[in-house]
Design a binder for this molecule. Structure first.
Ligand code: NAD
Length: 497
């Protein structure tokens, strides 16, 4: 093992063990292994609050403090990109992928240190697998040839695309968007989540430094610092930005859909899992643990609630325990619920952000139980109307609801998905049941007999993107998503046969 790996492993183990030694190693007030000492904390907080004034000067390598300046710089850079060959674009895309992979450990740690949500091993992996994001090879020209000549349909860029990225995968979403959008000839202006800004800005600077060195383009990917709701609104309104791509929760999805320009919206989900009596329960349990524990259940596609038929419910629960999950009692679930949800001014319960993306040991502490550090997921039986079933919790506790039949499981699953049309999962050996659920759920991503990440190419077939356009219907985004279709007609000529 090289020294960096040893250091990461030690940091991660310290972080997970923290909860066992009285203090909460992952707590917001505490100091994690690898973090700055208390004396340096004010300086670090200042740096996080005003990253652009500390070491990211505006106007260099894609960093801007005004939307107007960022759009102007991106517009100039896009014009330069348009003059390069397709092979050059391919090289830029490959450069971004290689840099993300090379820096995955450092950038993943930076993102975890800043956002304080998720898991280091998965933050690193989410950057390493960016090589699964498609590039220029997706831009295949369609050609029609006949007695009247030749017709070509090609994919033209929009120009400058405005993107909004979530705190759950700040650098991965920015990087995957950049790969797709540059492959199709666009430049970007990013308004990242305020809590995942520093890591995003760092990646933007590094990408631009490398691109300007080889291609003389300094601001192909731009980033607003500091990002605010006002800068997001300015981006939504800017006439030089013909397309918005928004990845986030219900509020920003609604805001983008109300914008007076085209928006591709990768919105929220609440992925249900159906388990029927024909399922391979060993595989179902292992898959649910793998998917729901991934980055502490921050993925929008991650398993959020399970509906299992009662004839196999007990067996599935015991297999969950055998696969690294910890089963909570109903009293422990209620203690956890009181901590993990808070009443809002609307009188409804809302997710307590202090628990989003935290380790299973932290959730266990709130439930009043000390879970072993090897446990990555908590589970337990609840009723259908439980808040953990109904809300997109984004934390490693998954409620299991007992149902009489697979029909009831499907009905409940579809209800819990709330019409987001995002992701649903099923474990069954009955092809008819899988087909029926697929048709009825009508989601963007249906995963059968595997963990949720298989749906994005991690252990499954297919390509990756961190922006899955749900209400607007573009699906798992690719370079083609960010193009205009342009037809070229050569009338009465060019037919060679
Ligand atoms: P969030 O909605 O809190 O923030 C997302 C982004 O939107 C941030 O950059 C935030 O600053 C911005 N934002 C929020 N309200 C806004 C408004 N009114 N106007 C303009 N900008 C606004 O979400 P999050 O916690 O960062 O991410 C988690 C959410 O994102 C979950 O709901 C998850 O399902 C969803 N998500 C979806 C996908 C997908 O591909 N469909 C991918 C990742 C995350």
């Amino acid at each position: 093992m090289d020294q960096a790996i040893v250091q990461d492993v030690v940091s991660e183990v310290m972080r997970r063990l923290g909860g066992r030694f009285g203090g909460d190693g992952a707590s917001r007030g505490g100091v994690r292994a690898g973090e700055t000492a208390p004396a340096e904390e004010p300086k670090r907080r200042e740096a996080l609050a005003h990253p652009h004034t500390v070491d990211y000067p505006a106007g260099q390598y894609g960093i801007f403090d005004k939307v107007e300046d960022a759009v102007a710089a991106a517009t100039e850079s896009q014009k330069k990109l348009a003059k390069l060959s397709l092979q050059d674009r391919d090289s830029i895309v490959k450069l971004i992928k290689a840099m993300a992979k090379e820096n995955a450990r450092e950038w993943g740690k930076m993102e975890l240190d800043e956002t304080k949500i998720g898991r280091l091993d998965h933050k690193i992996e989410k950057l390493q697998i960016l090589e699964l994001v498609p590039g220029v090879e997706f831009l295949r020209t369609d050609a029609y040839s006949g007695s009247n000549g030749v017709c070509l349909e090609e994919f033209a860029p929009f120009g400058v695309i405005g993107i909004i990225t979530p705190v759950t995968h700040s650098v991965p979403t920015l990087s995957a968007n950049a790969i797709n959008m540059i492959a199709s000839g666009n430049a970007l202006v990013a308004n990242p989540h305020p809590s995942g800004t520093r890591c995003a800005a760092h990646a933007v600077r590094e990408y631009n430094k490398a691109i300007v060195q080889r291609y003389g383009i300094e601001h192909l990917i731009t980033c607003i610092l500091p990002p605010t709701l006002e800068t997001a609104e300015a981006l939504f309104q800017h006439r030089g930005v013909p397309l918005l791509v928004v990845t986030g929760g219900p509020q920003v999805a609604r805001a983008a859909l109300a914008a007076k320009k085209r928006a591709i919206v990768a919105g929220p989900g609440n992925p249900p899992v159906v388990v029927d009596e024909t399922a391979c329960l060993d595989n179902a349990a292992a898959s649910i643990v793998k998917g729901a524990a991934y980055d502490n259940n921050l993925l929008c596609i991650g398993e959020k609630e399970v509906f299992c038929v009662e004839s196999v419910f007990g067996t599935l629960m015991s297999k969950m325990g055998q696969n690294g999950a910890f089963v909570l009692t109903s009293e422990q679930i209620e203690r956890l619920t009181k901590a993990a949800f808070k009443p809002g001014t609307d009188g409804k319960l809302h997710v307590n952000k202090d628990f989003v993306g935290r380790d299973a040991s932290v959730l266990g502490g709130a439930a009043g139980v000390r879970v072993p550090p090897t446990v990555s997921l908590l589970v337990g039986e609840t009723k259908f109307d439980h808040v953990f079933v109904q809300e997109e919790q984004m934390m490693p506790f998954v409620p299991f609801v007992r149902v009489k039949t697979v029909e009831e499981a499907m009905d409940r699953a579809i209800e819990a998905e709330h019409g987001y049309r995002h992701t649903a999962l099923i474990h069954s050996r009955n092809v008819n049941t899988i087909s029926k659920f697929g048709r009825r759920a009508n989601v963007t991503l249906l995963v059968a007999n595997g963990p949720s990440m298989a749906g994005l190419g991690l252990g499954g077939q297919g390509y990756l993107s961190y922006s899955i356009a749900t209400p607007t219907g573009e699906g798992i985004t690719t370079p083609l998503t960010f193009t205009r279709v342009r037809r070229v007609m050569m009338s009465g000529a060019m037919r060679m046969v």
